[in-house]
Design a binder for this molecule. Sequence first.
Ligand code: HEC
Ligand code: HEC
Ligand code: HEC
Ligand code: HEC
Ligand code: HEC
Ligand code: HEC
Length: 310
Amino acid sequence: MLVRKRGVLRSVVVALCAIGWGALVIGGCSEESRYQVLSFLFEGVPKPGEKPQWQQVTHLARRPPPAKATATPAPVVIAKEKYPFGWLPALLKTVPHDAAGYPDMVAAFKEKKIDPLPGPEQDHVVPKAKKVDEEEITLIPEGKTKCSFSHEIHTTLVTCKSCHPGVFKMKTGEEMSMDAMGDGKFCGFCHGKVAFPITGECVRCHPAMKKKAAKKPPKEKLLEGEVKLTRAKSSDANLSGIPPASFPHLPHRVNYRCYACHNTIFPMKEEGTKPITMQDISAGKYCGVCHNGKIAFSGDDLGSCSRCHP
Ligand code: HEC
Ligand code: HEC
Ligand code: HEC
Ligand code: HEC
Ligand code: HEC
Ligand code: HEC
């Protein structure tokens, strides 16, 4: 037992001596002999005075590395045309309709199916919307014909000046009747021309009435809110047979609130009171505020004449 232990001890001592000697030889001797010893043992040892050359060592993985998700190529962005052919009928299909069959623009607005801008979007700058007046006015307090007027719904779209004092004096108790409205007065100034008509769903204005479909099917034309514009007396076009320009409210009102145009660009008056010329439009006035080739098709574009002069 003892003998064996001693033998092991001796070989350990010998091995330690050998390692120590080797270290002494490498560390203690000249650069030249260190190089000789080391280059004998290892590959790529720099010669004395030579800078070490680092080599990229590639280890072959035993198993191919897991496939990295290849970066998805950047999607090809095709500038979306804002108003592609047929955009209006497509939009109207998504808009809810009232029981009488008219597009319910109030619901469409609330459900964000339409987002009419408060003004023309110049150089992509969207103007700020106005503060909404929340006043609710009772016109007929009770009974079947109970009727109130919401300033909130209206001032979201219409500016005060479009109604006061032209259409309504700012005082309750004015004599109003359905007949007068049918003649385009009071509520009929807009309802039946641009907004849903008084012959449509009664319950939208008289909440105590029964919800029922109108007897007459709606004339879609009514809500186009087509305005034939008057021609300047001085114009040569009176002789040339170019048909008078026509302004359709529908494609405009789904894109803009009424006060984007009324009463800044246009007064809310019948028959286009201010005679407009093509020179005005080219100069960026009236229709030319938007019909300039940037916001909407240009008035100078020969291919577009018939869209405004149908
Ligand atoms: C769509 C049309 C319309 C718009 C827009 C409108 N109003 Fe009115 N306003 C009315 C009607 C209708 C009445 C009731 C008139 C009546 O009964 O004779 C009224 C009444 C009023 C009254 C009297 C209220 C009362 O209790 O007697 C004031 C004040 C008034 N409006 C202020 C405003 C202001 C301010 C704005 C803009 C923020 C505005 N209105 C926008 C239609 C409108
Ligand atoms: C200056 C134009 C204008 C006048 C005048 C006007 N309205 Fe309106 N009104 C609108 C517009 C625009 C809407 C949005 C709905 C639409 O376009 O069909 C609307 C919506 C409404 C709604 C909301 C309906 C709903 O389903 O939520 C009611 C109710 C209403 N008007 C009642 C009246 C009454 C009553 C009067 C008269 C005292 C009146 N309006 C006068 C333009 C007008
Ligand atoms: C745009 C809103 C609106 C719509 C839609 C509407 N009315 Fe009216 N109606 C009014 C207003 C405003 C008055 C008058 C309130 C006042 O006297 O101040 C009125 C008054 C009336 C009156 C009592 C005065 C009169 O002229 O006879 C009757 C009846 C009436 N409406 C029936 C109807 C019926 C039926 C319908 C559906 C076919 C209808 N209304 C649709 C707004 C509307
Ligand atoms: C954005 C709508 C729009 C477009 C596009 C447009 N016009 Fe007009 N144009 C009008 C309006 C609005 C008026 C004034 C009402 C009227 O006289 O018919 C008008 C008036 C005219 C007039 C009579 C007034 C004047 O300036 O002498 C002529 C002529 C005319 N347009 C020719 C053209 C021709 C040609 C084109 C195509 C190159 C064209 N318009 C394109 C909207 C337009
Ligand atoms: C893009 C511009 C524009 C917008 C937005 C617009 N209008 Fe007009 N509107 C016009 C023009 C143009 C006329 C013709 C009047 C003129 O040239 O002086 C007109 C005329 C009118 C008239 C008189 C029409 C007639 O036949 O008696 C009413 C009422 C009217 N607008 C209501 C509205 C209402 C309500 C809205 C919002 C729901 C609205 N407009 C949004 C441009 C616009
Ligand atoms: C506030 C901006 C603005 C003003 C002001 C404006 N338009 Fe437009 N208009 C538009 C936009 C946006 C469109 C949608 C463009 C499209 O359909 O290519 C449009 C579309 C039209 C269309 C095409 C409708 C269709 O269904 O093809 C006609 C016609 C038109 N406008 C005529 C006019 C006339 C006439 C005037 C002046 C009396 C006018 N617009 C003023 C913004 C405006």
